[in-house]
Design a binder for this molecule. Structure first.
Ligand code: TLP
Length: 353
């Protein structure tokens, strides 16, 4: 470990492409993807659809763009969308669901990110002249703000049953779906089979520089392709984005287990530190969230103290901190970080005496 190395736990989005990805970019066969003529994009889209057990896929620029296109593709303006109250679509996508898609988001709370079918049922407004049409239910797996928690195939199946009864579509923000599949030790199709369509990100723990994939029926993807164009997301020689995506799908999935092991190590180490509260049952994949109220300082200050020790993390709320493991974070980085957090805690407790 270099003396002045920064350990970056802010997100798995900070991962850099592997040498193999850079080689793949260098040698990618290219064409104009708006004409459907980029062979590398076409290969990636076919591979993604196969992996997810769906008919077709579409490469888009980001997870946010994927979610927005899906919202628009699955609904008509003015309709109602049920989503989990802490979901990324609701919190972190600049209100695109209303601003651009013209939809009414209807948040439903859950303890760990997995919606209770009874709560969803209760949120579906009856036919009434005053109410918008309920059109779509959105899930998120793994769930970011709940700390990388997993929704199981059975839980998705139960929500799918509610959606079917009410003629609603079921969409999955699967930005980190492979983290869920690896942690559950199931084929990813076990997770996707109960949703109508979904997206997953290449640019997070899979280490690609750019890109997400929307996956669903031929009809859904055809409509989404046009909506991507409306949103300015039609790309030309996009094979340079697709090439590392193919490497990601072929080589980067199994290693996620290592990220999960490191997250657990980090969480267990932090759990022993005075002033920090963490529920270890929430640490299911590569995200570690913890409460620092007992340290007597706000999360922002805690994070700047960590930064002085060359460790980066993110604030989740006034007293909550998030740390994400990913390729590039090794066991020794985790150990160094636990020691750094412990020394911050010790300093603060000394000051309090
Ligand atoms: N999440 C980012 C930040 O925006 C918070 C992160 O660092 O975790 N869905 C989920 C579940 C996500 O976690 C994210 C990104 C997105 C969608 C959006 O993806 P991008 O950043 O590619 O637009």
């Amino acid at each position: 470990m270099a003396a002045k190395e920064t350990i970056d736990f802010r997100s798995d989005t900070v991962t850099l492409p592997t040498e193999e990805m850079l080689e793949a970019i260098r040698h990618a066969e290219l064409g104009d993807d708006v004409f459907g003529e980029d062979p590398t994009v076409n290969r990636l889209e076919k591979l993604a659809a196969e992996r997810m057990g769906k008919e077709a896929a579409l490469l888009v620029t980001s997870g946010t763009q994927a979610n927005l296109i899906s919202l628009m593709s699955n609904t008509k303006r003015g309709e109602l969308v049920i989503l989990e109250a802490e979901s990324h679509i609701y919190w972190y996508e600049v209100g695109g669901i209303s601003m651009i898609a013209g939809l009414l988001p209807w948040p439903v709370k859950s303890p760990l990110g997995a919606l209770d079918p009874e709560d969803v049922e209760a949120a579906i407004l009856p036919q009434n002249i005053h109410f918008p049409e309920p059109a779509l239910i959105c899930l998120e797996n793994t769930h970011n703000r709940h700390g990388g928690t997993i929704i199981t195939p059975d839980q998705i199946k139960a929500i799918n049953e509610v959606a079917q009864i009410h003629g609603m579509k079921l969409y999955l923000d699967g930005a980190r779906i492979f983290n869920a599949a690896i942690a559950l030790r199931v084929d990813v199709k076990e997770i996707t089979k109960y949703v109508d369509n979904l997206m997953f990100c290449l640019s997070k723990s899979l280490c690609c520089p750019v890109g997400s994939l929307l996956v669903g029926t031929d009809e859904f993807i055809k409509k989404s392709r046009k909506l991507r164009k409306v949103l300015g997301g039609g790309m030309r020689q996009a094979g340079i984005i697709a090439a590392p995506g193919i490497v990601a799908l072929e080589r980067m999935i199994d290693r996620l287990e290592e990220d999960h092991r490191n997250a657990r190590l980090l969480a267990e180490g932090i759990a022993k530190i005075k002033g920090i509260q963490i529920d270890l049952s929430y640490v299911q994949t590569n995200i570690v969230c913890f409460d620092i109220s007992g340290l007597g300082i706000a999360a922002d200050l805690f994070i700047s103290k960590l930064k002085e020790k060359d460790i980066l993390a993110l604030t989740l709320a006034e007293n909550k901190v998030r740390m994400v493991t990913h390729r590039g974070i090794e066991k020794e980085h985790v150990e160094k970080s636990i020691a750094a957090i412990e020394s911050i805690s010790n300093e603060l407790h000394l000051e309090l005496k």
